[in-house]
Ligand binder design. Structure first.
Ligand code: IPD
Ligand code: CA
Ligand code: CA
Length: 274
């Protein structure tokens, strides 16, 4: 039912991804916006291209784009666009970033893509149609114990002093096989959908970071909620996603951390650093 939108999203993300990859090869000049938020020329060029293409194909649709060039209007359809997710990585030459866009229809995400042009990995999902990586069906993992899981999270680049995620990071790292912090939320969610990760959480993400990834996860058989286990909202304060099998264990752990019940205390530096 939404395949024509998915096809359009695919073409547009491929074009924007190729553009971003050309900038990456040239290692563009970086500029700083606010408290360590690197915005590159590539962010803006990619967004301009995506917004132009969406406006040409779907002139009546609303577009919410991270760098602000989208046009929001009264429509049943809203596109969420992150023209470059993983900008800090990009700016440092760390090859982990993506272009992502997703379409919401009447409040539900119905199509989404995440394109990693460096590794030529294209993740795509349509509501009810499954999740795909380079046209092959993907599924979440079967790991069913937190202690055997590989997790991922992220930390905000803005207002870092107010971020409490390090407490969650420490507990999760001690009680699992480890926590990756790769620097691109859309790819973290895509990797979870593909079974490369078993769980993910983060505070303060925006709809354009997660809309496509959340659809990928649900279409790949996974589960998404907020970090208390309640329903996840696109504009919610935090997100927990998993293969479904370790979800309750993750939520239980987060509940303890929210309540200051620290299961594994941090070592005292003076006793180990001699
Ligand atoms: C960021 C990345 C990162 C996440 C940050 C996001 P950006 O997006 O997704 O993984 O931890 O919270 O802001 O700024 O590179 O588009
Ligand atoms: Ca982002
Ligand atoms: Ca971005």
């Amino acid at each position: 039912m939404y395949s024509s939108y998915l096809l359009a999203a695919t073409e547009i993300a491929r074009e924007a991804g190729a553009l971003v990859a050309r900038y990456f090869e040239r290692r563009v000049a970086v500029e700083y916006k606010g408290d360590f938020d690197v915005v590159t020329e590539a962010d803006r060029a990619s967004e301009t291209r995506i917004v132009e293409r969406l406006a040409a194909r779907f002139p009546g649709h609303s577009v919410v784009a991270e760098e602000g060039s989208g046009v929001e209007r009264a429509s049943e359809f809203t596109w969420y666009v992150d023209p470059l997710d993983g900008t800090t990585n990009f700016a440092h030459g760390f090859p982990m970033f993506a272009v992502t866009l997703a379409l919401e229809h009447q409040g539900e995400v119905v199509a989404g893509v995440v394109y990693d042009p460096v590794h030529e990995e294209f993740f795509a999902a349509e509501k009810g149609g499954g999740a795909y990586l380079n046209n092959r069906r993907i599924h979440v993992s079967r790991v069913d114990r937190l202690e055997e899981s590989l997790l991922a999270t992220g930390f905000p680049s803005r207002k870092r002093h107010a971020d409490v995620n390090v407490y969650f990071f420490h507990q999760a790292a001690m009680l699992s096989h480890g926590v990756r912090r790769a620097g691109s939320a859309s790819l973290d969610l895509s990797y979870l959908a593909a079974g490369r990760l078993d769980g993910f959480w983060e505070f303060g993400l925006n709809p354009w970071d997660v809309a496509a990834g959340l659809l990928l996860i649900s279409e790949a058989g996974g589960r998404c909620s907020d970090m208390h286990g309640g329903p996840h909202r696109l504009r919610g304060p935090h997100l927990a996603a998993s293969n479904g099998l370790i979800h309750q264990e993750m939520i239980g752990l987060f509940g303890d951390v929210f309540a200051d019940r620290i299961r594994v205390p941090l070592p005292v530096i003076s006793t180990v650093n001699r």
